[in-house]
Design a protein around this ligand. Structure first.
Ligand code: 3PY
Ligand code: MG
Length: 272
């Protein structure tokens, strides 16, 4: 894919990124580190309890994701979590409700180090996600970090642009068809698999998706494309069993449990 040189992209992103291995440079340096990206284990929070999310942040996960799409988190809830969130690792991640400028900027303003953007199905949508994630000259994120309100560190625009990750979800047949052009979009840092929507869209099931170990399988296609463009590849597992299957398929940045699963497992253990 060739980006028009007259558009909003800065000089270092104006190069022809049509070849593999040249992309994701905005998030370069993140892959391989703990935190969101590389080989990492995150926890996915649906229940908008700030206390629970902050408690989970202290239990050894590499990242904590607050789900605004299917969870109960509002913008205020995200801010409440961010206020109590430890600095450094783990990283705060937000799955925004849609590919929306305000939602993406709001999550980052609160202090999220990565956004996961659902249902991205084209390069156009991937560009929209990237441009909402990064300050000029990369994108058109608006200045308004909130962490200074509670005495937190405020990243400069350059620091934010070089440390924030834009992950786009591949979770439909259309996204799978367009996965190359999505991965080739400068600024996309990670392909993130949504196995439930992906299997619904493909007319299959999550177990069948995980069992397919052919080179042409949907998961292999996503993993190979991410590797070809130098991106990390993540996914929502929700349970350690599915997380293990994901890792066998090469998906490394994994939401290994949810807050609700952890609560239920804790109750089961207590009542044994
Ligand atoms: C999916 O599996 O579709 C997801 O979005 C996980 O939350
Ligand atoms: Mg989904």
């Amino acid at each position: 894919m060739r980006i028009a040189k007259s558009c909003w992209l800065p000089r270092d992103l104006m190069a022809d990124n049509s070849g593999p291995g040249q992309n994701g440079r905005v998030a370069a340096g993140q892959s391989g580190s703990r935190g969101f990206g590389g080989v990492s284990s995150g926890v996915w929070c649906n229940d908008a309890s700030a206390g629970m999310a902050v408690r989970l942040a202290g239990l050894g996960f590499d990242w904590v994701c607050l789900d605004m799409q299917h969870g109960r988190y509002s913008r205020n809830d995200i801010i409440d979590v961010a206020r109590g969130f430890p600095s450094g690792l783990p990283q705060l991640v937000v799955r925004v409700p849609s590919c929306d400028f305000t939602a993406i900027g709001g999550a980052l303003d609160a202090g999220a180090r990565a956004v996961i953007v659902p249902q991205v199905e084209s390069a156009t949508q991937a560009r929209r996600a990237v441009s909402a994630t990064f300050y000029p000259p990369v994108g058109y994120r608006s200045w308004g970090p909130l962490s200074r309100i509670w005495g937190g560190k405020t990243l400069t625009a350059d620091e934010a642009n070089s440390s924030v990750t834009c992950a786009v979800m591949i979770e439909s047949a259309a996204a799978l068809m367009a996965v190359e052009e999505i991965a080739a979009t400068p600024g996309v840092g990670q392909l993130f698999v949504g196995p439930y929507d992906l299997s619904l869209s493909l007319g299959t099931s999550v177990p069948a998706l995980l069992d397919d170990d052919s080179d042409a399988s949907p998961l292999a296609r996503i993993v190979q494309t991410a590797a070809a463009y130098g991106l990390s590849v993540g996914g929502f597992a929700g349970t350690p069993e599915i997380a293990m299957r994901f890792r066998e398929r090469g998906i490394t940045c994994v939401a290994v449990a949810t807050d609700l699963w952890i609560t239920a497992e804790g109750a089961r253990t207590a009542l044994r």
